[in-house]
Design a protein around this ligand. Sequence first.
Ligand code: CO
Length: 203
Amino acid sequence: MQTLQHLFKNNKAWAESILKEDPDFFLRLSKLQAPELLWIGCSDSRVPANEIINLAPGEVFVHRNIANVVVHTDLNCLSVIQFAVEVLKIKHIIVCGHYGCGGVAAALEDKDHGLIDNWLGHIKDVSRLNQQELNNLDDTDKLDRLCELNVIEQVSNVCNTTIVKNAWKNEVDLHVHGWIYNIENGILKDLIETPISGQSTFV
Ligand code: CO
């Protein structure tokens, strides 16, 4: 508590600055959250969801893990998706990766990283599935491309959850997007969007 006192000071200043602009902001939000977006991103401290898309508290529901992986049996991620789709009725799921992702880089190495290697195995799968394309690239391009391919694969995993499949079966207006963020310039790029039909459109 003592050592992190500056964070409480930051917090107070932040809350006061919001109240100055909008005196009912927190009271309103305390009664209801109605975000239209679910963000599934990397835990990397340089890729904070709200800041990157310049949205206020209440506007984006967020799940983050190392290398923005959506695993078919991950109850944590699946619960987030279910709550977002079925309770919050969000309209867009965004899987956002980033170039220079340490998790993706570690998956490309033939080294022992401990427990996390079990998690990174999912990215090794993406690498193996795209081995031919990746083998033709130098190390930097290979990492960049695997970061992109990982996003596309995770979008496919989101689309294949029973939650999203059921939503589409019930003609819910739900879109799944794959984006990638450049930590060198702060800019997002659209990689893929999956419309209501569930048919992937690669861009
Ligand atoms: Co990352």
